[in-house]
Write a protein that binds this ligand. Structure first.
Ligand SMILES: [Zn+2]
Length: 428
């Protein structure tokens, strides 16, 4: 759809209206959907024994390194293809021993293994090497001890106490963990049963920091505003609503940061204040001035995502960057996923050059108009010199494995929210 002929104010109104259409979660690509369940029985392909490549002769006499199955169920197949017959279904933590070289078909890397259920091929990414046998997968004795601390560093969450138990996920430093029972000794290490935002499991005790010993915030709420005005709608919040929200944030201990603080934290471990919040406003409406002044009145800094048609003078833009932070939002606010690579480069880079020339520094932060991007957009944004980019949805951004600096989540603040609802979606 072309909107080139619409006068500027009309275009902005249309842009806001189109935003509503774009906020549905993006569909997973088939490749992504496959990768998330690469080895279950639902691999979506018919089983066939007609292929000659299936059932090659495997020599299990010399067993190689020990691995364990790291997915809930894994098919052991007669050959290195999803078209080969299923020999057995292996549960998580089943030990498998490598007995040959890996082969690759168009979808997966396959490796021949020996198991208690026979020999065959499994998908390499669904198994993981382990040092020793452990007691894995039994979590019946978990009970909340009432102690919630944090991970002091990046640690593996395993499904049992010991290096022989499979890794469920990786927990970033600062992830809240609740101790769920006494520690177990295994493999020369103490293992704590823990409950975490990413699931229950075991972590080595040396990676645990008790409450009070670590003040790392667990999340940042990146609030996304658009227009400020009396006639509220999804994209317009009344000044009194904004004021009420700022008072709630102040009274509940939130501290505003801007993207440069988040970048310094991610890159150099620079400390963040307690309960960090980024108060961002998109699209450079004239009402940005109201936003700026109300934030200043309550001691908060603003973050301003500006397209090149922002209704602000260069002097005002420069000043916004002194008290808060100015970020890019493309030249003309188009759907980047519908532009050619060159078209995206123009929209992203020309807007950044314009902002850089006003600010006298390199703009570090960017937000995708409509939250829209294609497979190449992140590359365009990074190559343009940005250091962080924000989506238009997905709620509070936790400092766990979900943080992607090119797709930091935001919380939409619409004009329809009462204070209780605002508090509910912002609190963490
Ligand atoms: Zn926008």
């Amino acid at each position: 759809m072309s909107i080139q002929w619409i006068p500027m104010r009309g275009r902005l109104a249309l842009v806001s209206a189109i935003c509503a259409l774009m906020l549905a979660p993006p569909l997973l690509s088939p490749a992504h959907a496959l990768a998330s369940n690469p080895a279950g029985n639902e691999d979506g392909k018919p089983t066939s024994t007609v292929r000659a490549m299936c059932a090659p002769t495997l020599d299990a006499s010399s067993m190689g390194p020990r691995y364990v199955v790291s997915v809930p169920e894994l098919n052991l197949r007669s050959g290195p293809s999803t078209t080969c017959e299923i020999v057995a279904e292996l549960d998580r933590d089943t030990a498998v021993y490598l007995i040959g070289e890996q082969t690759e078909d168009e979808d997966y890397i396959w490796i021949p293994v020996s198991t208690s259920a026979g020999v065959g091929y499994v998908i390499l990414e669904s198994i993981q090497p382990t040092a020793a046998d452990g007691t894995c997968g039994s979590r019946g004795t978990f009970s909340d001890t009432g102690e919630t601390g944090f991970t002091a560093e990046v640690v593996n969450l395993r499904n049992g106490p010991g290096l022989g138990c499979s890794v469920l996920t990786e927990l970033n430093g600062g992830t809240p963990v609740t101790i769920m029972g006494p520690a177990t000794e295994q493999d020369g290490e103490s293992w704590l049963p823990v409950s975490t935002p990413l699931g229950d499991g075991y972590m080595y005790a040396g990676g645990y920091a008790p409450p009070g010993s670590w003040v790392q915030p667990v999340a940042v709420a990146v609030l996304m505003y658009h227009d400020i005005g009396d006639f509220t709608d999804r994209y317009r919040v009344a000044p009194w609503q904004l004021e009420e929200q700022l008072i709630w944030l102040r009274d509940n201990g939130y501290n505003s940061i801007t993207p440069r603080d988040l970048i310094a934290h991610l890159d150099y471990g620079a400390p963040l204040p307690a309960r960090p919040v980024i108060l961002s406003v998109d699209d450079g409406w004239a009402s940005v001035r109201i936003f700026r002044d109300l934030l200043a009145a309550y001691g908060f800094k603003g973050t301003y995502f500006l397209p090149s048609y922002a209704q602000l003078s260069p002097d005002e833009i420069w000043e916004l960057n002194q008290y808060g932070e100015v970020c890019g939002h493309t030249v003309s606010h188009q759907f980047l996923d519908q532009l050619s690579y060159e078209g995206q480069v123009y929209e992203v880079a020309a807007n950044k050059e314009w902002l850089d020339s006003i600010l006298g520094v390199s703009t570090t932060c960017f937000a995708y108009p409509f939250g829209s991007y294609s497979a190449t957009t992140t590359e365009v944004v990074a190559l343009s010199g940005y250091q962080i980019a924000f989506d238009a949805m997905n709620g509070v951004q936790y400092f766990d494995g979900s943080l992607n600096r090119w797709h930091v989540s935001r919380v939409e603040v619409s004009g329809f929210l009462d204070l209780a609802t605002f508090a509910a979606i912002v609190a963490y």
